[in-house]
Write a protein that binds this ligand. Structure first.
Ligand SMILES: [Zn+2]
Length: 120
């Protein structure tokens, strides 16, 4: 297993996600709570426009939440590279298919375990 190649891919992806999170913060410096207060305060405003704005904001926050989840997975994958256990399923201990790692180098489960975790 050429883990150095995956380490580079993980570090690249980590930098990309951090850049995306930073971008979201620049685009939306206020919190979701501020937005809600604004909407209540300006109840004369066209409701459709306000609702659309809030929806966009919620999508951004969902994206950010997801990005932070992936960041945590990337960090734990980098830890597994250091520990020498990278590419091994953390659930069943079998090797994770290399093409799966190509697509998602932060994957900690083999495809079989991933499928069974998504279908409880
Ligand atoms: Zn497994």
């Amino acid at each position: 297993m050429d883990s150095d190649r995956f380490r580079t891919a993980l570090l690249d992806e980590r930098a990309r996600i951090e850049g995306a999170i930073e971008y979201l913060h620049r685009e939306n410096p206020g919190s979701l709570e501020d937005e809600t207060e604004e909407m209540i305060g300006n109840s004369d405003n066209h409701l459709g426009d306000s609702a659309a704005g809030t929806l966009d904001r919620e999508i951004d926050y969902t994206l950010e939440g997801h990005s932070e989840q992936v960041l945590a997975q990337i960090d734990s994958a980098l830890g597994r590279i250091d520990a020498g256990s990278f590419g091994t399923c953390t659930s069943c201990g079998r090797a994770i298919a290399e093409e799966r790692l190509e697509a998602r180098p932060w994957a900690s489960l083999c495809i079989e375990c991933q499928r069974s975790s998504e279908r409880p």
